[in-house]
Design a protein around this ligand. Structure first.
Ligand code: AMP
Ligand code: ZN
Length: 142
């Protein structure tokens, strides 16, 4: 637990949240600046800063909880899809430094969401650069 951490405060019940679900290791609650109807967050109860820092068992538990909640959210809200999003690092849009997965229901009816794709899926990159980076990463993982 980190004294300065908003999400630790929420998990401890010291700060308010709209609770969605909870188990021994995870806590899910509604995002107060929703990107779409039903946008929520799933966090590990044990503090970890980000994707790099989190213990594998907490990551697994949070991911499985997010899947379970996403399935129900899609059904319950009549969503047409869902995004799971994690931001790791300030340059990757992380603003709260307690690991969390965003569960963002998506809708064909765009009046129910306020999102745009963060990259341009139809715009091809430089294949030489892509291959060089892929091979470099593969070698580093060996
Ligand atoms: P990120 O930018 O990935 O770190 O996302 C942090 C998210 O936490 C944002 O979507 C915020 O709207 C949300 N958030 C911040 N404070 C609270 C809070 N007290 N209760 C619920 N959601 C929060
Ligand atoms: Zn925390």
């Amino acid at each position: 637990m980190s004294d300065q951490c908003v999400f630790c405060g929420i998990v401890a019940g010291d700060l308010p949240s709209v609770r969605v679900a909870e188990d021994d290791t995870t806590y899910a609650f509604m995002d107060i600046n929703p990107a779409s109807e039903g946008h929520l967050l799933v966090v590990p109860k044990r503090h970890s800063r980000d994707l790099v820092d989190i213990e594998p068992d907490d990551l697994a538990a949070v991911t499985l909880a997010a899947q379970r909640i996403a399935r129900t959210a899609v059904k319950e809200f009549g969503a047409d899809g869902v995004n799971l999003l994690n931001c790791c690092g300030a340059d990757a849009w992380q603003t709260v430094f307690h690991f969390h997965l965003h569960v963002i229901p998506r809708y064909a009816d765009k009046s129910r969401e306020r999102l745009a794709a963060p990259w341009q899926p139809g715009v091809p990159g430089d294949m030489d650069v892509i291959a060089a980076l892929g091979h470099r990463l593969a070698a580093a993982l060996d």
